[in-house]
Design a protein around this ligand. Structure first.
Ligand code: FJH
Ligand code: FE
Length: 302
């Protein structure tokens, strides 16, 4: 039965879509293909976000030993399993619905590989750290599916990866204030999510078709990223016959200069040169990289 439509103007200043970009597959790592939405040429970054990849890959493709400095990576599994191993002895496997929030800080070297039969699917988000946090000690926050809080109301299901929605709150600590919500809307359902007015925010569609901003807008399909205008909230409708799944991600902009060289993200060119040198000479956070090779690397070279 169709419910009366709630006006999106239940927000004082509703957000709307200001940019729409399709994330086409591109090569990354060793034989892997990722759909990069944030971080591609048409959408270089969206402060504080540096990159969002949707990954669907079959072994032996993956991401062999590589460093990170100056930001956080959030890996969220949609289907299957991924194995990770770092130079400090931290290793594990994350499976469907599990989450790894990795604060690289001053330095991490790790490998990330699919760990199951068939296509392993997931999302990886890179969140920038402010100048004062770039060189902090690395840290992991890991949540299994059963620890990721979820709720359901009127055909709207939400899994709260970071921040708060429908009265539930994630235990994840975000150094850069961030919301990361995984929504599934049944046919006919609608949602209205408040977002702090000064934050940058976007929606990435995983599956199905969603109508954003105004109930009269045209539906948007999977693998599109939609950048939202500033405002106090966003409304989304499912006007199709199938469920729609999307992530809504928002964060407080850092408003700092960003200098990126691959996996190093700093504030100045001098800091980038320092990072390259530190990685090369195993210094200032990269000490444990001196002799280290991941198991995945060793097996590939046996
Ligand atoms: C060589 N070794 C290039 C190399 C590049 C890398 C990279 C990877 C992810 C990712 C995305 C989605 C996921 C769930 C499971 C991981 C990503 C995911 C983003 C860059 C630069 C490594 C070794 C290399 O890692 O886990 O879905 N995305 C940005 N590249 C690499 O990691 C050449 C010889
Ligand atoms: Fe990585």
């Amino acid at each position: 039965m169709a419910e009366p439509e709630r006006a999106s103007s239940s927000f004082k200043k509703p957000r709307h879509v200001v940019k729409k970009v399709l994330a086409r597959p591109q090569q990354e790592g060793d034989g892997a293909f990722v759909r990069r939405s944030i971080g591609r040429m048409e959408l270089k970054s969206l402060d504080p976000f540096l990159l969002l990849d949707e990954f669907s890959v079959t072994a032996p493709a993956g991401f062999p030993d590589h460093p990170h400095r100056g930001f956080e990576t959030v890996t969220y599994m949609l289907q299957g399993a991924f194995m990770h191993q770092d130079f400090a002895g931290h290793k594990g496997t994350i499976r469907t619905g599990d989450l790894q929030w990795m604060t690289a800080g001053r330095g991490i070297i790790h490998s990330e590989f699919p760990a199951g039969e068939g296509a392993q699917k997931g999302l990886q988000l890179w969140i920038n750290l402010s100048a004062k946090d770039k060189m902090i000690e690395p840290r992991y926050q890991e949540l299994q599916k059963q620890d990721v809080k979820r709720t359901e109301k009127d055909g709207v299901e939400v899994r709260v990866i970071a921040g708060e929605s429908l009265g539930i709150k994630s235990p994840v600590y975000t150094r850069t204030p961030t919301m990361f919500l995984d929504f599934t809307l049944k046919p006919g359902a609608q949602m209205h999510q408040p977002i702090p007015e000064s934050w940058n925010a976007f929606v990435y569609i995983i599956e199905g078709e969603a109508v954003l901003g105004d109930a009269k807008n045209a539906p948007v399909t999977a693998h599109y990223v939609l950048v939202l205008s500033r405002g106090d909230g966003i409304s989304v409708w499912n006007k199709s016959q199938k469920p729609v799944r999307f992530v809504l991600i928002g964060g407080q902009p850092l408003n700092e200069p960003v200098v990126q060289y691959g996996p190093f993200v700093m504030n100045t060119q001098a800091e980038i040169e320092q990072a390259i040198e530190d990685y090369h000479y195993s210094r200032n956070g990269f000490e444990k990289g001196k002799q280290w090779k991941s198991q995945a690397h060793q097996e590939a070279h046996d």
